[in-house]
Design a binder for this molecule. Structure first.
Ligand code: CUA
Length: 331
C-alpha cells in the first residue's frame, strides 16, 4: 500500500520536474505568461483548501460522533458554510481575475506584426512605418516571412491575428495565453517578453489533419538586433540565379511560393525569400538543412501528414537536390 502511494506520488511529480524549456507554461518568459502562472497557483491553492475542507467534512460526517443537531446550528452552518464562504472565496477570485485582465489589455508600444494562421503554417508580416497594406482581412503587405516571429525585448509587440480558412489558435506557452485566429475578424495579442530566447509556439485549436504539425518559433532579441533582422528580411533573395532557381520556377514551385528577386511570386504557401535564415521548415516540423529541404520536397505527406503541399518525388533526384541547395543559400 505504502509502495503504491509512493509510486503514485512519483508519477505525479515526474512530469513537474520536466517543466523547464522552450514550450513550458511553468517557465515563463513573458509578462502575460507570468500572470497566468500566478493565477494558476492561486487557483490551485484555493482549490486545494476547499478540497481539504470538503474531504474533512465528509470524513467527519462518515466517522464523527453522531447525535442530534439544533435547528440553530444547522442554519448557522448553511449560512456560513453554504453562503458566506463560497461568496467570499469566489468574489475574491473574480476580483483577482478581473484586475489581471485590465493589466493584460495594456496598449502595445512596440512593433506590429500581422500573423495569418493558415492550413497548416503561419504567415507573418512585419508592418513598415505603421503603414501595412491590406491582403485578405489582415493588415499586411509589410515584410513577409513565415513560421518564425522575431520580437524585441523590452517592448510590447502587437500581434494581429486572423485566418483565411478555419479557426486556429496562436499559443506560445512561455510568453502568453492563447488567442484564436478567426476567419473574418482580427484579434490582437500583446507579447511582452521578459528575457531573450527562442520559444516554441503551437496551434492550439484543432484545424485539420496536420494540426499537430503547425508549429512556429518566437525569437526574442534586443531592439537593435530586431531592427537589423527586419531590415534583412526586407531585402530580396541573396541568390537569384543558377540551376536551383531556374528549376524552382520551371517545376511549378513558383506558383505557390514567393522568392523576392526572382520570377517566383506565388501567394499560396510560405514566402521563401529568406527560408534558410529560419530555424525550421514545414512549420516547425524539421530543422532547416539542405537534406531536410530535399526530403520534404520529395515526400511532403510522409514528413507532415495532412500537408497541403504536394510531393515532388517524380522529379529526378539531381533536380530536387539543386532546388534544395539553392533554397539552402537563401539566408
Ligand atoms: Cu491550426 Cu490547429
Amino acid at each position: 500500500m505504502m509502495r503504491r502511494g509512493l509510486l503514485a506520488a512519483a508519477l505525479t511529480i515526474a512530469p513537474l520536474t520536466d517543466c523547464q524549456g522552450a514550450q513550458s507554461t511553468f517557465d515563463p518568459a513573458g509578462v502575460e505568461a507570468e500572470r497566468v502562472l500566478n493565477l494558476f497557483w492561486i487557483m490551485l491553492a484555493g482549490g486545494t483548501a476547499i478540497w481539504i475542507v470538503v474531504i474533512g467534512a465528509s470524513y467527519y460526517a462518515a466517522r464523527g460522533k453522531s447525535g442530534p443537531y439544533s435547528d440553530r446550528s444547522g442554519i448557522r452552518l448553511i449560512i456560513w458554510g453554504g453562503c458566506v464562504f463560497p461568496t467570499v472565496v469566489l468574489a475574491g477570485l473574480l476580483w483577482w481575475g478581473l484586475t489581471m485582465m485590465q493589466e493584460l489589455r495594456r496598449a502595445a508600444d512596440g512593433p506590429t506584426i500581422a500573423v495569418s494562421a493558415e492550413r497548416f503554417w503561419w504567415r507573418v508580416a512585419y508592418a513598415v512605418d505603421g503603414e501595412p497594406g491590406v491582403i485578405r482581412n489582415l493588415p499586411r503587405g509589410g515584410i513577409p516571412s513565415a513560421n518564425e516571429i522575431w520580437i524585441p525585448l523590452g517592448k510590447r509587440t502587437e500581434i494581429l491575428l486572423s485566418s483565411p480558412d478555419v479557426i486556429h489558435s496562436f499559443w506560445v506557452p512561455p510568453l502568453a495565453g492563447k488567442m484564436d485566429a478567426i476567419p473574418g475578424r482580427v484579434n490582437r495579442l500583446v507579447l511582452e517578453p521578459t528575457r531573450p530566447g527562442v520559444f516554441n509556439g503551437v496551434c492550439a485549436e484543432y484545424c485539420g489533419t496536420a494540426h499537430t504539425y503547425m508549429g512556429f518559433r518566437v525569437v526574442v532579441v534586443s531592439e537593435a538586433v530586431f531592427e537589423a533582422y527586419v531590415r534583412s528580411q526586407a531585402l530580396p533573395a541573396a541568390k537569384t540565379e543558377g540551376s536551383g532557381a531556374r528549376l524552382f520556377v520551371q517545376n511549378g514551385c513558383a506558383a505557390c511560393h514567393t522568392v523576392r528577386g526572382t520570377a517566383a511570386d506565388g501567394d499560396v504557401g510560405p514566402d521563401l525569400t529568406h527560408v534558410a535564415s529560419r530555424r525550421t521548415i514545414a512549420a516547425g516540423v524539421l530543422p532547416t538543412t539542405v537534406e531536410n529541404l530535399a526530403a520534404f520536397i520529395r515526400s511532403t505527406e510522409h514528413l507532415k501528414p495532412g500537408v497541403e503541399m504536394p510531393a515532388f518525388g517524380m522529379l529526378p533526384d539531381e533536380e530536387i537536390t539543386a532546388i534544395a541547395q539553392w533554397l539552402g543559400t537563401l539566408e
